[in-house]
Each structure stands twice: as structure tokens, then as C-alpha cells.
Design a protein around this ligand. Structure first.
Ligand code: FAD
Length: 324
């Protein structure tokens, strides 16, 4: 199924989307508002907001999503995780987000607690189950709500309740940590598609062929939903190593060494922009339907990348002071 993304201009202009995480402090929240303003200027298809394991960031995630909904024309996408939640808890969570007007979701299993606590019987076990639940919650809701008409005492009118539009899921071109082999990734994605997902977003990767070969395998296996490549233009070797610990995706040695030996921040930024804009251009040339950029709550690196591949005019990416 093709996803409904806004049209773009030139040949290399595919739709872009961004990922943010909920801020931890008031100062970071103010800085994030400015970042969202800058990201919004390039007309993204959506901006997604991560969700802490076990719902730890639920309220902060919802605050950022509501900010995007109320202050921009960009579609906010809520990441939701289900591991450790009963069906009733997950049902309540989905309802709460729908009631707040959020209609796009990235349905994730999430990671079980690191201490090895076993999951309870009845807890949701996979992203596919959460995808199904999002659709079920929608079907169970009244399609309309009644609201008071201002200025008409006792007057009410029916208003259509927001419906889930995009239900995205994660995909892992190089395999999930728990995967037993490449076919399992395709089976997992097929299961998510069968459950009702209409978009996949990949884990970050560093070689265009990782993504392109995965998409080929997915298509051969019967996956028809769009698969957006996820790219994180990180400009520090320490950050790339930390990402590898979290995702098991190792950055190429050439990139790590180049960033390590370069003494200036400006030089490191240039190295990262070169590397990740080449990666973005290669996946677009290979047919990627868009680009999903992990921002780390900063706009400059992702806008530099988009500027380099001709997606945004340079004038849009002039510095405002970024959150440190
Ligand atoms: P699932 O797809 O349910 O399962 C993971 C793996 O298990 C599959 O890839 C596959 O190997 C196997 N598997 C599952 N079902 C099947 C099946 N039916 N057949 C065969 N194999 C199967 N985590 C957070 O806590 N918060 C976030 O906001 C967050 N955002 C993310 C955004 C993206 C784009 C990505 C890629 C990951 C994100 N994560 C987030 C991390 C994610 O929660 C973890 O990677 C988690 O371990 C797996 O979640 P999942 O939804 O891919 O799980």
C-alpha cells in the first residue's frame, strides 16, 4: 500500500520525516520548541516522538506531540511500546492518545526490563499485537463525540472522532538483536503488515546496500508497505559507539577513525555531513520512498544533510542557537 505523503519538487526531493525524543528539563523543552520550528520549515511529512520503555515518558511524549499538533501543520506521530502492558493498559493508552487528537502511531514492542523479569501472561508480546490493538480500539470507539455549541445553551453537535491514519512499525535491515536470521525479519514485517501496519521505518544503518537489499528481500517475501530508511547523521565517534551499544549497528571504521583524528568540530561536522548525505543520496537513488532522520533533538545536522542533497535551500538552515 502506498503511503500518502505530500508531493515534493525536484527529482531528489523525497518526503522527509524526523524523530524527536521528549525533553527532560524545562530548558530542553524551550530549545525543543525552537528545533521544531526549524524542522517544520522544511515541510516534513510527519515528526515522530519516542516513548520511554514501560511508558516512562508517556506524559512528556504527549506534551511534545500536542505541541506539534497545536502549533504546526505537521502530522505528529506517537511511538508507543507495549511490552509489559496488559491489553487493558495498552487499550487505555491508545485511547488517551486518540482522544488528544493523535492519529499516527509507530507501534513497537519495546524492550523487556534488563533485569530479566518475566512478562506476565496476558501482556502484549509483539508490535503486531499492538498494531491490531490500535485498529481494534478505533473500531470500538464511538465514531462521533458530542460537544457543546458555544452560545447555544443546552445545544450540542456531533463531531467525528479522530481515526488512526498512519500505523507504522519498525524494520531491521541488519536483523534485530533477537533475530535468528534474515528471513525472520521479513516474517516479522509481514506479520506487522498483516496486522494492519501501513508503513515501516528502519533502524539506522550505515551502508546503502543494507537498506536496499533488505527492501528487495522484503518485496520478494510479499511486503508491500513503504519502508522508510532511518538515518542518524551523528558527528562524533563517541556518539556512534554509544549508538552501537544500544542498537548493535556498528559504524564503519573509516568513519570512526576520520571523526577521531579530526581536531575541529567544524571538520567533524563536515565529515559526517559528507558521509550521511552520500548515504541518503544513495538510498534515494535506489528508490527509497522518503527519508526518516533521527535528529537527537537538534536541527542543524539533519538540515545540513538535506541542504547537501538539494532538498532545502541553504537559507532555511541558518543557525539559531541550538540546545547544547
Ligand atoms: P517486534 O517486531 O515485535 O519484535 C522484534 C523482533 O522479534 C523482530 O524484528 C523479529 O526478529 C522477531 N519477531 C517478532 N515478531 C515476529 C514474527 N511474527 N515472526 C518472526 N519473528 C518475529 N524503543 C522504545 O522503547 N521507544 C521508542 O520510542 C522506540 N522507537 C523506535 C523507533 C524505531 C524506528 C526503531 C527501529 C526502534 C525503536 N525502538 C524504540 C526500539 C524497539 O522497541 C526495540 O528494537 C525492540 O527490541 C523491538 O521492537 P519491535 O517493535 O521491532 O518488536
Amino acid at each position: 500500500m502506498a503511503i500518502d505523503l505530500p508531493p515534493t519538487g525536484g527529482a531528489t526531493r523525497v518526503p522527509v520525516s524526523f524523530e524527536l525524543y521528549p525533553p527532560r528539563t524545562d530548558a530542553a523543552a524551550i530549545a525543543l520548541g525552537r528545533t521544531i520550528d526549524k524542522l517544520t520549515e522544511v515541510d516534513p511529512a510527519f515528526i515522530s516522538v519516542t516513548f520511554g520503555a514501560g511508558g516512562s515518558t508517556r506524559d512528556r511524549s504527549l506534551t511534545v506531540l500536542s505541541y506539534i499538533l497545536e502549533n504546526t501543520d505537521v502530522e505528529p506521530m506517537a511511538h508507543l511500546t507495549c511490552v509489559g502492558s496488559s491489553a487493558a493498559e495498552a487499550n487505555g493508552l491508545v485511547r488517551r492518545f486518540l482522544d488528544a487528537g493523535i492519529t499516527s502511531f509507530l507501534a513497537l514492542r519495546g524492550d523487556p526490563p534488563l533485569d530479566g523479569t518475566p512478562l506476565s501472561v496476558g501482556d502484549l508480546q509483539s508490535a503486531s499485537e499492538l498494531v491490531q490493538l490500535i485498529h481494534r480500539v478505533q473500531q470500538e470507539r464511538e465514531p462521533f463525540s458530542q460537544e457543546a455549541v458555544r452560545g447555544t445553551p443546552g445545544g450540542t453537535r456531533l463531531r467525528a472522532r479522530p481515526r488512526p491514519e498512519r500505523v507504522a512499525v519498525a524494520a531491521f535491515p541488519n536483523g534485530h538483536a533477537s533475530s535468528r536470521g534474515p528471513q525472520q525479519e521479513i516474517d516479522a514485517l509481514l506479520a506487522k503488515q498483516a496486522a494492519g501496519a501501513n508503513l515501516a521505518i528502519t533502524q539506522l544503518f550505515y551502508r546503502a546496500d543494507d537498506y536496499l537489499a533488505f527492501v528487495d528481500r522484503a518485496r520478494a517475501g510479499g511486503v508491500s508497505i513503504d519502508i522508510l530508511p532511518g538515518i542518524m547523521p551523528a558527528a562524533s565517534a563517541a556518539r556512534l559507539r554509544r549508538i552501537a551499544e544500544l542498537t548493535e549497528e556498528e559504524a564503519p571504521d573509516e568513519l570512526l577513525i576520520a571523526l577521531e583524528v579530526e581536531p575541529t568540530e567544524e571538520g567533524r561536522t563536515e565529515i559526517a555531513t559528507d558521509f550521511f548525505s552520500d548515504l541518503a543520496a544513495a538510498v534515494i537513488a535506489g528508490g527509497a520512498p522518503g527519508l526518516h532522520l533521527y535528529t537527537h533533538n537538534k536541527h542543524t545536522a539533519v538540515l545540513d544533510l538535506l541542504e547537501r542533497i538539494g532538498h532545502v535551500p541553504a537559507a532555511l538552515n541558518r543557525p539559531i542557537k541550538e540546545n547544547a
